[in-house]
Design a binder for this molecule. Structure first.
Ligand code: HPA
Length: 278
């Protein structure tokens, strides 16, 4: 829930001031890197690194597979501000805390948001390690970052969600995948609260609801980014196969291994998309 508008605006302002002082405000592209998917950061010519703990109101991540810092620099000729490590509702953060960095991005003038995540594949055609361009989502986390007072200066009370994922950015990603010979699926991402993985019955339910993959992140950030009028692209890495009638137990190590295997392809695609924004 958004705090009262004065508190909300003050928190975003204070965080944005610190990031602007330390890292500048040249970036027009923001990047949020998901579980096990931090390697894109290695491609950034980093100018400044700002640990989350140095930025007021930005929480410290609790998940070991995520490091916690902002990286400002240039990627493929474009000024970017990246988050290496993201916040999840299952860590106990409020929707406001999880999405505060996106508000800060908007306050710094960032217009485009690129997001990666790890997700379980429910579409039977998908295989572990596949990349999926998110074409739409089903937000099932039981809370919404836009509840509470609406800050009208940030966006409308009832933001449109008819096309949360920018068609031109999606086309750029599809073109890049074709060019590089990388298989890029296109589908619907369902977000759940977690932290447990789903039961067979839940995977069956989510698949019947129209989702191709399921994960525990992304949709709060996308909702806030769309509220703020940002263009959004999201790519999922299928880290496990969630076929209810042939389900195998999954452990985090397997998810991280699949993410690591897919990471070079993801990095190429996102890098190519950024290059089109130069
Ligand atoms: N379910 C939810 N989140 C996930 C999964 C899953 O199977 N795999 C990776 N993130």
């Amino acid at each position: 829930m958004t705090p009262d508008p004065d508190t909300a605006r003050a928190q975003v302002q204070e965080a944005a001031d610190v990031l602007r002082d330390r890292a500048g405000d040249a970036a027009r592209v923001g990047i949020i890197l998901g579980t096990g998917l931090g390697a894109l950061a290695d491609e950034i010519e980093v100018r400044e690194t700002v640990p989350y703990e140095d930025v007021p109101h930005v929480p410290a991540p609790t998940v070991e597979s995520h490091s916690g810092r902002f990286l400002a620099g240039r990627l493929r000729g474009v000024d970017v501000l990246a988050m290496q490590g993201r916040f999840h509702l299952y860590e106990g953060y409020t929707p406001w805390q999880v999405t505060l960095p996106v508000r800060v991005f908007a306050a710094l003038g960032i217009e485009t948001l690129l997001i990666s995540n790890a997700a379980g594949g429910m579409n039977p055609l998908y295989r572990r390690g596949d990349l999926m361009l998110v074409t739409d989502h089903i937000h099932l986390q039981g809370s919404n970052p836009l509840t509470g007072a609406n800050v009208d200066a940030w966006g409308p009370r009832f933001p449109d969600m008819s096309e949360p994922y920018d068609p031109a950015l999606r086309q750029a990603a599809a073109d890049a995948a074709l060019e590089r010979g990388v298989r890029l699926r296109e589908g619907v991402y369902a977000s759940v609260l977690g932290p447990n993985l789903e039961t067979r019955a839940e995977y069956r339910f989510l698949r019947q609801a129209g989702a191709d993959v399921v994960g525990m992140s992304t949709t709060p950030e996308v909702i806030v980014a769309r509220h703020a009028g940002m263009r959004v692209l999201a790519v999922s890495v299928v880290t496990d196969e969630c076929f209810p009638d042939a389900l195998e137990p999954v452990v985090l190590a397997d998810i991280l291994a699949a993410a690591a295997e897919a990471e070079p392809r993801l990095t190429q695609i996102l890098g190519d998309v950024v290059a089109t924004l130069a």
